[in-house]
Design a protein around this ligand. Structure first.
Ligand SMILES: [Mg+2]
Length: 209
């Protein structure tokens, strides 16, 4: 039986309008010449997460400066992160019912996300779902796909008793599986290969034994 459910946040529990909000802010701060970089900012973040085990403003700004030539500063990262809290979000379909049912079953529910813990916590609170979660593990602690991130989020739970759920094949599926944990890909448009264990609707997670 699964006792501990470990959810990714962005693209899994909710979607934030990064494009019209934080990306727009970065463009205003960094100028028009930064447009190609800002257009791919999430690819740069993903590259950072694969390279470094945790987020710090200093390290992220240095990495972005070196990779792009755009003058990112720690202060800009801080303001960007504060703006993330203001993002308009949409909860994924079925999330609320699924969390409610898991709570009814007395399961441990936690979040493992790669962005800063405090702003992700505030976003969950803003959407009214923070009380469902026993803990929020963010990228300032450990970033996926580093093994320590999965170990920390599992918190000593036996591999067969916990399950990871997320929308990124490498970070939320391959990563936990390579540490011996069960994982399910949230793939609502059914775009990934059949060999991957996946769900199209969030409440399907309730059927996993
Ligand atoms: Mg995600």
């Amino acid at each position: 039986m699964k006792k501990r459910y470990i959810f990714d946040l962005d693209g899994t529990l909710m979607r934030g309008d990064f494009k019209n909000f934080t990306d727009q802010y970065l463009l205003e701060q960094l100028g028009e010449e930064a447009r190609p970089v800002v257009g791919h900012i999430h690819d740069y973040l993903s590259q950072y997460e694969r390279t470094f085990p945790r987020y710090t403003d200093e390290n992220l700004s240095r990495f972005l400066r070196e990779q792009t030539g755009v003058p990112f500063t720690p202060e800009l990262i801080r303001e960007w992160d504060e703006l993330v809290v203001e993002l308009p979000n949409t909860l994924e379909e079925g999330v609320l019912e699924t969390l409610e049912e898991l709570k009814r079953r007395n399961r441990d529910i936690v979040v493992l996300t790669n962005w800063y813990t405090e702003s992700q916590r505030k976003r969950l609170a803003k959407e009214g779902i923070l009380p469902y979660f026993r803990a929020i593990y963010g990228g300032d602690l450990m970033t996926k796909p580093h093994k320590e991130a999965y170990w920390v989020a599992a918190a000593g739970c036996k591999p067969r008793e916990c399950i990871f759920v997320g929308d990124n094949v490498d970070f939320d599926y391959v990563g936990p599986k390579s540490c011996g944990y069960d994982a399910v890909l949230y793939d609502k448009n059914d775009t990934h290969h059949k060999s991957i264990v996946k769900i199209k609707r969030m409440n399907e997670i309730l059927d996993f034994k």
